[in-house]
Design a protein around this ligand. Structure first.
Ligand SMILES: Cc1cc2nc3c(=O)[nH]c(=O)nc-3n(C[C@H](O)[C@H](O)[C@H](O)COP(=O)(O)O)c2cc1C
Length: 348
């Protein structure tokens, strides 16, 4: 059910043997974590009521296992049935995204994601890509990196064919959670005055899901840099955050910045900094552009916050995050930022 002023993300998926269902659940968690209504629909048993839920949704995430190099037959049957919506333009201007899962590391998953994007285009929907750099693509990377399979178009997962759904890889689950968060940036279409809304910029994500960097990183083989870089690339996913942040983390926001202060522990920072900051913005993304590290566990990140306030003011705010890493954990983050620009934007 879509509520006025409250976006809804629908996940329309098929899973023959339960593996893709685990990925669908992760997408749902990612979207729900960003504060939207989520409905999950198994397309092989879809009812009239669920078709109506899809029609009412602001974003639809398509998901299916890759069978014989494309989406499963059950998903194709659903796609063909959706042609009624194509005739009536029912899904025009909705957001769309996709995920798939297969037995082989590659397994021709790109064909399935490409098919979802084509289907979305035929419906006049706006495609949201994964928004993560590839993981596991360097000597310091590992199969536990988020987006370990290196997809851009959507979320790709791989599950061994001789194991059950419990064997779905934790990195693929984290990647799918990340996919759900941007999909949640659908704005309720019903609340837009004067016709269909312009689609949100899918690269503008929340502070807990910062956008990927636009520039090349400064190359370094520092383990501390790899750790911090992984944090940004994960979009501060709950899994990576829990792993990276030390229990006694110090989160130090520069005086003059909205909700400035020194927060102790990630829970304190998440609740009392992000929790008080986010409600003031339609979108707020921290985009890292350059990383520098020394050999004493310090990592400097230079970048920009891209913010749009609830009153429609936009601000590009330069930041430096100085991280300190000890024993493989982030023990502090000291921020310096051009607070004035943001304070002006918040004035209304
Ligand atoms: C009919 C069929 C065709 C398949 N084709 C592929 C394929 O093209 N590429 C691949 O890597 N795996 C393929 N697989 C493996 C499945 O994608 C894999 O087992 C997946 O985890 C199943 O997801 P599910 O449990 O959600 O159905 C195929 C499996 C079946 C049953």
């Amino acid at each position: 059910m879509s509520h006025p002023g409250h976006p809804t993300v629908a996940i329309a998926f098929h899973s023959g043997y339960g593996h893709t269902a685990v990925i669908a659940e992760a997408v749902a968690r990612g979207a729900a974590g960003a504060g939207v209504e989520v409905v999950s629909i198994s397309v092989d048993t879809i009812t009239d009521e669920q078709w109506a839920q899809l029609d009412a949704a602001d974003a639809i995430v398509f998901g299916a296992p890759t069978y014989m190099g494309t989406a499963s037959a059950a998903f194709h049957a659903f796609a063909e049935a959706s042609s009624k919506r194509w005739f009536s333009h029912s899904w025009v201007d909705k957001l769309a995204a996709g995920f798939t899962n297969s037995g082989a590391k590659n397994g021709d998953k790109s064909s399935t994601l490409g098919y979802f994007a084509t289907m979305a285009a035929q419906h006049g929907m706006h495609w949201i890509s994964l928004g993560l750099h590839p993981g596991w693509d360097s000597t310091t990377g590992s199969e536990d990196d988020i987006n370990r399979l290196g997809f851009f178009l959507g979320a790709g997962a791989q599950s061994p064919t001789d194991a059950g759904p419990e064997a779905v890889h934790k990195s693929d689950i984290a990647t799918a959670e990340h996919l759900g968060a941007p999909a949640s940036h659908a704005r309720p279409r019903s609340s837009a005055p004067g016709g269909p809304p312009s689609p949100p910029d899918p690269r503008t994500l929340s502070p807990l899901h910062p956008s990927p960097p636009r520039k090349e990183y400064v190359v370094s083989d520092s383990p501390s840099l790899a750790l911090i870089r992984r944090l940004y690339e994960s979009g501060m996913s709950p899994e990576v955050t829990a792993e990276v942040m030390a229990p006694d983390l110090v989160w130090d926001i520069t005086p003059g910045f909205p909700n400035s202060g020194v927060y102790h522990g990630w829970d304190d920072a998440a609740k009392n900094f992000f929790g008080r900051t986010m409600p003031n913005y339609d979108s707020f993304g921290a985009v890292p552009e350059e990383f520098y590290a020394d050999d004493e566990g310090h990592v400097f990140v230079f970048g920009h916050y891209h913010a749009e306030t609830k009153t429609g003011n936009k601000a590009d705010v330069r930041f430096i995050h100085l991280w300190t890493v000890r024993d493989g954990k982030a023990v502090s983050m000291r921020q310096a930022a051009d607070s004035h620009i943001l304070q002006e934007a918040l004035k209304g």
